[in-house]
Design a protein around this ligand. Structure first.
Ligand code: PCA
Length: 212
């Protein structure tokens, strides 16, 4: 059976939980469309996040890599379209680093596109009544950093492996005033996203992720 590597991030910015870590843990060892899901956890640290991701890829030799991160304030599940070659941190990471206007890979391309079928994922999620939208920016913090590191690694060394990044909202217990989604709903959503990534060899042509 082929492996799918699914990573979450540890909590950051003084928070007690990270929704992405909780989701990845719930799906660990699941079998989805004949693929075995292996969950990993990335440190919310510039540099170390990419190092751990490369280590997990080497260890598990996945056919597909999906990295999850939490984007507090968003109301749906948001597959990211593009990773920028840029670190520009509004807050310090978990090691106290706060890079400003720094390239992730010197002389690397300005950006990489996700190779996940992002619009098909949005379509499938909405079909199941789960709020979803294609996102045009993963920000410039550690999530975008890991996403860029992932796409750079796959492009250079594993061109047949598809990969990308999905941001998720807060869990209800993490917030009072902001949007959130229940853990079971997000677990269902990410399982649907993995199945879509395996089954759609080509993305849907749709406007902004909307198909109807
Ligand atoms: N979200 C942050 C980093 C870790 C996470 O879960 C981000 O969006 O960059």
């Amino acid at each position: 059976m082929k492996n799918v590597l699914l990573t979450g991030f540890e909590p950051f910015d003084g928070q007690a939980l990270n929704a992405s870590e909780e989701i990845a843990r719930e799906i660990n060892e699941a079998t989805i469309v004949r693929h075995r899901v292996i969950a990993g956890l990335l440190p919310c640290v510039f540099g170390a996040a990419i190092k751990e991701l490369k280590h997990l890829i080497k260890l598990h030799d996945p056919a597909l890599v999906i990295c999850l991160g939490q984007a507090g304030g968003r109301s749906g599940i948001t597959p990211e379209r593009v990773a920028l070659n840029l670190d520009d941190a509004r807050i310090a990471d978990n090691a106290g680093q706060q890079p400003i206007d720094k390239p992730i890979v010197k002389a690397g391309p300005a950006a990489y596109f996700s190779t996940l079928p992002i619009k098909a994922i949005v379509h499938e999620l909405r079909k199941h009544g789960i709020a979803a939208e294609v996102s045009q920016t993963a920000g410039t913090f550690v999530c975008n950093h890991a996403f860029y590191g992932l796409m750079h690694e796959l492009t250079l060394h594993r061109p047949k492996v598809r990969g990308g990044f999905i941001h998720v909202p807060f869990l209800p217990e993490q917030t009072t005033g902001q949007p959130s989604l229940a853990l079971e709903r997000m677990v269902e959503g990410i399982r649907i996203a993995i199945a879509a990534a395996v089954e759609y060899r080509r993305d849907l042509k749709a406007v902004g992720g909307q198909t109807e």
